[in-house]
Design a protein around this ligand. Structure first.
Ligand code: 4AD
Ligand code: MG
Length: 454
C-alpha cells in the first residue's frame, strides 16, 4: 500500500512530534559539507516542509544534494516543532528517496516567471506558489458556495450542458455536432449547442423544490478578448420561489459575503500571498474583510447614468440612458463612487433578457447587476416574468418564437409563482478575491478566443 503511512504537509502542523513520512516535490535545496535543506512542497498548503539533512550523523543523505528542483521525493524522518524559527516545524531526515527525477529543462525553476509565460504550461504551473494558491482558493470558493446555498435551503441540480435553447437569446453559442451520426437534423433531430446558462432549466426545479441551484460549466462564443471573459467558465445559478428582486439581492449579498469570509478563514496564507505579491496596493485582505463585514451599496441604473454623465470623465464608450454600461463605467461606479460592491438595479428592458419582470413604469425591468472593484460585473440577476401574458408579449417583442420555449411559458400557466434568481461567475469571483488580473489565470485550462492550450 502506497497510502497510509504518509502525512500531508498540511497535516504536519497538528501532527504529534515524532516519526513521519511525507512526499512532495523539491522546490529548492541547498547543501554544504555538513548539512542540507530541502524545501518540499506537496500542494496541500501554501508552505512546504523544510527537510533537514544532517550529513555529520547521516553521511548517506549527501546523495540528496543532487535531487533537482521539480523532482519528487519520499522522505522519512522526525517531525520537530521549532516555534522560535521562521518555519514552525521541520523534518530531520532519516532517509530521502528519489521517486521521480526531474530533467534540467524543467520550466518552473526558482526564478519568478511571468503569468503569461506560465499560461502556456497549465500542466506545470499548478506546482508554483501563485497557481497552487489560486486553485486551493478555487476549491475553497466552490465548496463554500455549496455550503452557503445548502444552508439556505437550496437544492443542487446539475442542468444539462447540451441544450436546444439559447437562454440569453444572445446567439453567442457553440454549436454541437456528432458528424458520424448526423442524419436529418443531426444527432438530436434538431440543432444543439453548449449551454450559455442553466437558468431556464433550473427554473422548473425552483418551482418544484422552492429553492434550487445549478453550478457547472457554461460556454459563450463571445469574440471579446478581455481579461474578464472566457469561452468556458463556471457559473452558479440559484433560483428562489416566492421572491422578488429584493429577496434575490439578499441571497446574492449573503452568498458573496459568506464565501469571502470563508476564503479569509480557510485560506489565510493564500490571501496573505495575494495581498503581498499580486495586489499592487496591498489592500486585498482589508478589502475582503470589508466585503465580509459591510452592507453593499445600491443604486438604480438611472441614478448611475446620471452620476456617470456628471462625472466629467472622458469614457471611451458613450453614456446615455438606454445604453448598456461597459466595464469602464461599472468600475468607475464601484471603485470610485461606492468604493464597495455595488448593486445597480432596474435596467432598461431593451438591454436586458426577455424573461426579466417588467416594472410598473413599463420601461425598466426588475433586474440587477452586482459590480465589484477590480472586476466590474460579478453577478447578473433578476425577478422573472411570472405573468403568462406579459412573458408571451415580451417574447414576441424581441422575436423569440414562442413554440421554441413553450415548456418555459407553461410554468406560468401551471401554478405560476413570483420567483427570482441570479448567476455568479466563479472565475470573476476568483479575480475579486485574489487580485489576479486575468481570467485566464483562474481557470485550470483556459479557453479564450484563439487560445486553447491542450
Ligand atoms: O449576466 P449573465 O449573462 O446572466 C445569466 O446568464 C443569467 N441567466 C443568470 C441568471 O439569472 N441565472 O451571466 C452571469 C454571470 C456574469 O455576471 C459574470 O460573472 C459571468 O456570469 N459571466 C462570465 N464569466 C466569464 N466569462 C464570460 N464570458 C462570462 N459571461 C458571463
Ligand atoms: Mg450580465
Amino acid at each position: 500500500m502506497i497510502h497510509g503511512v504518509y502525512t500531508d504537509v498540511a497535516a504536519l502542523g497538528s501532527a504529534p512530534a515524532g516519526e513521519v513520512r511525507v512526499r512532495g516535490y523539491v522546490r529548492t535545496s541547498r547543501f554544504n559539507a555538513h548539512v542540507g535543506f530541502i524545501e518540499l512542497n506537496d500542494g496541500t498548503q501554501f508552505y512546504g516542509a523544510q527537510v533537514v539533512c544532517d550529513l555529520d550523523t547521516r553521511p548517506g543523505l549527501a546523495a540528496a544534494a543532487k535531487y533537482a528542483t521539480g523532482s519528487s521525493l519520499d522522505v522519512a524522518g522526525e517531525l520537530v516543532f521549532t516555534p522560535e524559527a521562521r518555519q514552525p516545524f521541520e523534518i530531520r531526515a532519516a532517509s530521502v528517496t528519489l521517486v521521480g527525477d526531474c530533467d534540467a529543462d524543467y520550466p518552473m525553476q526558482k526564478k519568478r516567471h511571468t503569468l503569461e509565460f506560465m499560461r502556456e504550461m497549465p500542466h506545470l504551473r499548478v506546482r508554483t506558489n501563485t497557481f497552487s494558491a489560486l486553485f486551493r482558493v478555487r476549491n475553497c470558493v466552490s465548496m463554500a458556495i455549496h455550503e452557503y446555498l445548502q444552508s439556505e435551503g437550496f437544492m443542487w441540480v446539475a442542468t444539462p450542458i447540451l441544450t436546444g435553447n439559447d437562454a440569453e437569446g444572445a446567439g453567442e453559442t457553440f454549436g454541437v455536432t456528432a458528424d458520424s451520426s448526423a442524419g436529418d437534423g443531426g444527432f438530436f433531430g434538431k440543432p444543439a449547442s453548449l449551454t450559455v446558462s442553466g437558468q431556464l432549466h433550473v427554473e422548473p426545479f425552483a418551482l418544484a423544490f422552492d429553492r434550487a441551484y445549478t453550478f457547472g460549466p457554461t460556454f459563450r462564443a463571445e469574440n471579446s478578448n478581455t481579461t474578464t471573459h472566457a469561452a468556458e467558465f463556471w457559473m452558479v445559478e440559484p433560483e428562489l420561489s416566492y421572491a422578488d428582486l429584493e429577496d434575490d439581492m439578499e441571497v446574492m449579498e449573503g452568498l458573496v459575503r459568506f464565501v469571502t469570509g470563508r476564503v479569509l478563514e480557510r485560506c489565510p496564507d493564500e490571501t496573505a500571498f495575494f495581498n503581498d505579491r499580486i495586489d499592487e496596493t496591498h489592500t486585498l485582505t482589508a478589502r475582503l474583510a470589508k466585503t465580509r463585514d459591510t452592507d453593499f451599496r445600491r443604486m438604480t441604473y438611472t441614478e448611475a447614468v446620471e452620476l456617470l454623465e456628471k462625472s466629467g470623465r472622458d469614457f471611451k464608450y458613450p453614456v446615455k440612458w438606454g445604453l448598456d454600461l461597459k466595464t469602464e463605467h461599472e468600475r468607475y461606479l464601484c471603485e470610485e463612487v461606492a468604493q464597495s460592491p455595488l448593486f445597480l438595479t432596474d435596467y432598461p428592458k431593451d438591454i436586458k433578457a426577455f424573461y426579466m419582470r417588467l416594472n410598473p413604469d413599463g420601461k425598466t425591468v426588475a433586474a440587477c447587476d452586482l459590480l465589484v472593484p477590480g472586476v466590474g460585473e460579478l453577478i447578473g440577476g433578476s425577478q422573472r416574468e411570472e405573468r403568462y401574458g406579459e412573458l408571451i408579449r415580451r417574447m414576441n417583442e424581441v422575436g423569440i418564437p414562442v413554440e421554441s420555449l413553450s415548456w418555459y411559458a407553461d410554468l406560468r400557466r401551471f401554478g405560476s409563482v413570483p420567483h427570482a434568481g441570479f448567476g455568479l461567475g466563479l472565475e470573476r469571483f476568483l479575480l475579486y478575491v485574489t487580485a489576479i488580473g486575468n481570467i485566464r489565470d483562474t481557470l485550470p485550462y483556459a479557453r479564450t478566443p484563439g487560445n486553447m492550450v491542450f
